[in-house]
Ligand binder design. Sequence first.
Ligand SMILES: NCc1[nH]cc(CCC(=O)O)c1CC(=O)O
Length: 318
Amino acid sequence: MTLALPTPAEPLKIGTRGSPLALAQAHETRDRLMAAFGLPEDAFRIVVIKTTGDDSVLIAADRPLKEIGNKGLFTKEIEEALLSGGIDIAVHSMKDMPVAQPGGLILDCYLPREDVRDAFVSATATGITDLPQGARVGSSSLRRRAQLKARRPDLEVVEFRGNVQTRMKKLADGVASATFLAMAGLNRLGMAHVARSAIEPEDMLPAVAQGAIGVERRLNDPRTEAMLAALHHAPTGLRLAAERAYLAALDGSCETPIAGLALLDGTDLWLRGEILRPDGSETITGDIRGPASDGAALGRHLAADLLAQAPKDFFAWR
Ligand SMILES: NCc1[nH]cc(CCC(=O)O)c1CC(=O)O
């Protein structure tokens, strides 16, 4: 079924970062809009926007992510373009999105969620357990670093950034024996074959919103509101409402090793959470079940539960 929509005079401008994954996500969004409304490709224009997060000096490969900070690193310039009318909608990896959007913008359209799992990538080992004693693993994600150290304190973790190709080259050059990538990104790039194994959430709980794409728009823009409403995947929206409320209540940023995942079980949500010390020396976990319509409340309750379990100095490194 195609939906009727007023024919626009101008192509709808879709804003995105320029990385291969960001472009794949922008194309998926465009393709879904074309299919939903029976529109031709030239009804859309994909506009690439460079963000602070794409600045190669600021984001120098050996600079720890936590030094750089993450508040809107990949989103600020894109949101400015939305507000100024340079673009009409913006496509984001929800994993990288701050929990609140700037005034005048709204994020209420999610595409169907991809695989939520982390991929284990290595030429020599099949998974975390068979890495040799003291092996070097590359990751700049505080969550993955902490989760890995919690399971294998003997391993050495080194900073590891860049796109998939860059990271594969670093592995080939022996910079590390293994790394992690999101299965979602690999699938969307048609590169699932580089995953040696997919790590189940029971073994490594993913980041909040991992695998989900969100489409942001201006408030008071009825045309994009109607278009995105038709695209929105409600089950993904219910899951992310719980996960993002949980993250917001923990005041999460990329300085905080936080994991969280909601699954739908009929009309109920099952939300699991984990917070860790950055060195993996302590892990606090919890879960909660309840009606999917109460997702945000479930998220806040789980966050409060984990915070109540945390010893006084648990967040001292913040
Ligand atoms: N922080 C970078 C980032 N943001 C989203 C993804 C992958 C796609 C996703 O999780 O939706 C990645 C790379 C990675 O973790 O491998």
